[in-house]
Write a protein that binds this ligand. Structure first.
Ligand SMILES: [Mg+2]
Length: 402
């Protein structure tokens, strides 16, 4: 079975970010789906997939590892990671989808079979208040947290640091930031409110989005220690492991890192030196199903849990779910449940989400398929302004009323 074409599909739902979906077609009529959505680099990724196409067309679609290695080493001058591992991820996921469809088995069956009956999720809360003061925004977030808990979700992650949150406005991690005492005080109030909303035994995480200097990160971890977090995520910029080690040695909060790390080579030292307690590779960025499974096994060696980063589109969620069914050291799979009503319009069948878990549907491959008519309805040109919007970021978009 030869690969005959690789296509990109940029899809923008009314209240979501634009998603880059990738289809791999074969000469036997079986099509697999992958994804490599990025927050701001989607046009470059679409062109990157076009550039990779000549190196995979004509190759046997069952040769997943050969194709992984082929693309990785083709771009070794770019280090094979980040941009390149995004391209690999989309194609790798699609090839596993094809293999599952050909063998008529879910992908988790091809990876050794399930080690759990369903995959536990964690999600995010939005400030739904439309307010203008800190107290109004805090109340809006607490209300959404109570609602989210009532829906059955067992864990929530939030970014409580003011300059990032700024009530839904994305400012981005552009420089090494310092947290002043007022910012730390506000973050503590935010997390105390969230803790009050969900109760003492509920699982909470904080995401610092890799923004702070070492002293600020240590100060924030110490100030939030009483919240009893599952983890504090990306406390500092991610390039310097020695700096992370310094944070690690000076705080009593479990740490998590990984959405800005790609392939097993980025993870080796982190895991070997046990610099964190959790890792969170993104399956659409780190090298796909093949690679996240290898990274998860490496983490198992260090008694570190894996919790895939997953704030992208439905193909990425489906792919992570398949691997999460098989990984013994899983914590939870991330999701943005506010986007589920959009997923329902784009894929068939919708994920079976109950009690904060995704349950397997037993279907072959990824277990879901984009709806062709919906793909056309929501397709956007990657160079069009709506495909490059970033104003959704930070708020996770509110549900459409319909
Ligand atoms: Mg994060």
């Amino acid at each position: 079975m030869k690969i005959t074409d690789v296509k990109t599909h940029v899809v923008k739902m009314p209240t979501t970010m634009p998603w880059v979906l990738v289809s791999v077609e074969t000469d036997e009529g079986v099509t697999g789906w992958g994804e490599c959505t990025d927050y701001i680099a989607n046009p470059q990724l679409v062109r990157g997939i076009e550039a990779v196409k000549p190196f995979v067309i004509g190759v046997d679609a069952s040769h997943i590892e050969e194709i992984w290695q082929r693309i990785f080493h083709l771009y070794s001058d770019l280090n094979g990671r980040g941009f390149v591992s995004h391209l690999i991820s989309a194609i790798d996921i699609a090839l596993w989808d094809i293999k599952g469809k050909v063998l008529d088995r879910p992908i988790y069956d091809l990876l050794g079979g399930p080690v759990r009956a369903s995959v536990p999720l964690y999600t995010h809360v939005s400030d739904t208040s439309q307010g203008s003061t800190f107290d109004e925004h805090l109340a809006g977030m607490m209300e959404d947290a109570r609602r989210t808990k009532e829906m059955g979700f067992e864990a929530i992650k939030t970014d409580p640091f003011p300059s990032r949150r700024e009530y839904g406005k994305f400012r981005g991690a552009f420089m090494v930031e310092r947290l002043d005492p007022a910012a730390i005080h506000e973050a503590v109030r935010w997390m105390e409110g969230l803790r009050e909303a969900v109760g003492d035994d509920y699982e909470l995480m904080v995401d610092a989005h890799g923004r702070f200097d070492v002293a600020s990160a240590i100060e924030a971890c110490r100030a939030l220690e009483h919240i009893n977090l599952v983890w504090l995520e990306e406390p500092i910029h991610v390039e310097n492991h020695n700096a992370l080690k310094h944070v690690r040695e000076n705080v009593n909060v479990p740490l998590c890192i990984g959405e800005r790390h790609f392939t097993r080579w980025d993870y080796w030292q982190i895991i070997n030196d046990r610099l964190v307690d959790y890792i969170m590779p993104d399956i659409a960025w780190c090298g796909g199903i093949s690679e996240i499974r290898r990274i998860g096994a490496m983490a198992e060696v260090g008694y570190i849990r894996i919790s895939p980063h997953d704030a992208l589109g439905p193909i990425a969620i489906a792919a992570s779910f398949q691997v999460c069914m098989t990984m013994p050291n899983l914590y939870r799979e991330e999701c943005v449940h506010h986007w589920f009503s959009s997923f329902e319009k784009l894929i068939e069948p919708m994920f079976d989400v109950r009690d904060g878990h995704i349950h397997p549907n037993g279907r072959p491959g990824l277990g879901i398929e984009p709806i062709p008519e919906a793909l056309e309805e929501y397709r956007v040109d990657v160079d069009a302004p709506e495909a490059q919007r970033t104003d959704w970021y930070g708020s996770f978009g509110d549900e459409e009323e319909d």
